[in-house]
Design a protein around this ligand. Sequence first.
Ligand code: DX5
Ligand code: ZN
Length: 210
Amino acid sequence: MKVATSILSVKENIKGSIDRLNMSNTDYIHLDIMDGIFVENITWHANELIPYLSNNQKPLDVHLMVSNVKSYVDEFKLLNPETIVFHYEAVDDIDSMINYIKSLGIKAGLAIKPNTKIEEIYTYLPKLDEVIVMSVNPGLGGQEFMMPSIDKVNRLKEYKLNNNLNFIINVDGGINNNTIKLVRSADMVVSGSYVTNNNYEESINILKSE
Ligand code: DX5
Ligand code: ZN
């Protein structure tokens, strides 16, 4: 199972955290970007993160929990992320935003909140590189995994296989050594507090062994 580690719960020495992640087996560094509008919390703008990423070697999975998606895409393209994921609930013209991200040479992902049905995004799946199935309500780290996400992940995987599609299914929120066992049909998970509140290398290796 691929693992993306979120630094959202890291309260100090973010540079040290990212350096540690670069010495770990994490497959991606997951950047949770919040604007205080789409979600209550505010996290980082791209220019705040640039100094922390000076030695970064890991691919970046940028998760935009923002209302003005295009403005943040234009900011975060400067970090050369592998993927930019925006929320289905934040954008009217989803197709144009997917096309715009891809026109920058960046993979495009779509995230859905727990109360958004997978059927609502079927039409976009052939164009997507990644789907984030949120297993918590966006906006906070350290929340409990929401059990109804299990069925969503399994049905999305079934749809992907039945339609011969190749987007990555990524599950984000409340992932630890126990809950990861419930979403084995996913391609990747995001884990924040379970990793950054414990021994990074050990926690990541436990998750990757699932
Ligand atoms: C929540 C974020 C998640 C979260 C993951 O809005 O999108 O990435 O930070 O953190 P944990 O693993 O602590 O739930
Ligand atoms: Zn996230």
